[in-house]
Design a protein around this ligand. Structure first.
Ligand code: V0D
Length: 253
């Protein structure tokens, strides 16, 4: 018998979707390389940020598709305020732009939009867009799309320590009885599980002050692609590598 076609996407193929069992519950992403992507094309940095927004959409759809529970995207760090003012001003308009285009579909897909970071310092128009998105998706039960915005982990840990020190000084707390779980509840990510998988694009191999406490047991996956080039297939590749690594501990995890 002559087979005139073959399976176009066997299970082992790079383009196939991950095993529906053992999908990471929480995936965190450091979306790096937007500026370099733009520079390579002779475009202004803001064009890279805009293209990066499209990748946020693609990865959100991919994560939702395979049943990831929470996706945290590192959109703006506490260190990013040192960038040129006009770049910061542009970045602060992206949540509105993203939500104007995508919020309706996110609602239809039962996605919950959230933010992790400090509100202080963010422009009122940015906060208004975030508040609107959070309010409009509060009762959704699907994927948590969490934007880390004006977030930095050392400050997060330091503020938790200060709160705990005050509670101790006030006599409200027995410091010797403090547990890891209680400490974690003082962090900005309280309520979210720790990330199972962290992705960083653009060939950088650092944590850059992102989820220092939370990533104690996280699997890391690095891509040489610039963030605006990152797509569904790359995301699935990362998840499949996560599954290869964690399969070994099956039953013991
Ligand atoms: C630029 C690459 C989506 C990283 C992605 C304020 C840097 C595109 C959002 C967004 C940014 C944030 C909140 C929200 C909806 C969308 C975003 C910023 C930067 C920084 F509710 N992309 N995006 N926010 N970039």
């Amino acid at each position: 018998m002559v087979r005139i076609w073959k399976k176009s996407k066997p299970e082992s193929d790079a383009a196939s979707i991950p095993d529906p069992h053992n999908v990471p519950k929480h995936v965190a992403v450091i979306m790096d390389g937007n500026g370099r992507w733009a520079k390579q094309r002779g475009l202004p940095r803001i064009a890279g940020h805009h293209a990066g927004m499209k990748a946020v959409k693609r990865v959100t759809i991919a994560a939702d598709h395979i049943g990831v529970k929470a996706l945290t995207m590192y959109a703006f760090s506490t260190e990013n305020w040192t960038r040129p003012q006009e770049e910061v001003d542009y970045l602060m308009k992206l949540p509105q732009e993203f939500l104007a285009i995508e919020l309706q579909e996110l609602i239809e897909k039962n996605v919950q939009v959230r933010m992790t970071g400090w509100r202080e310092g963010l422009p009122a128009h940015t906060l208004a867009a975030l508040d609107q998105a959070e309010a409009d998706t509060r009762h959704n039960t699907g994927l948590i799309l969490n934007f880390a915005l004006n977030y930095g982990s050392r400050r997060e840990i330091l503020e938790a320590v200060k709160t705990l020190a005050r509670e101790t000084a006030d006599g409200q707390r027995d410091i010797d009885a403090l547990t890891e779980e209680e400490f974690a509840r003082k962090l900005l990510t309280s309520g979210l599980p720790d990330p199972d998988l962290m992705i960083r694009t653009s060939g950088e191999l650092r944590l850059s002050n992102f989820m220092l406490w939370q990533s104690a047991y996280t699997e890391f996956w690095f891509s040489n692609r610039y963030w605006p080039e990152f797509g569904e297939a790359d995301f699935y590749e990362a998840v499949k590598e996560y599954q290869r690594r964690t399969r070994r501990y099956g039953g013991l995890k």
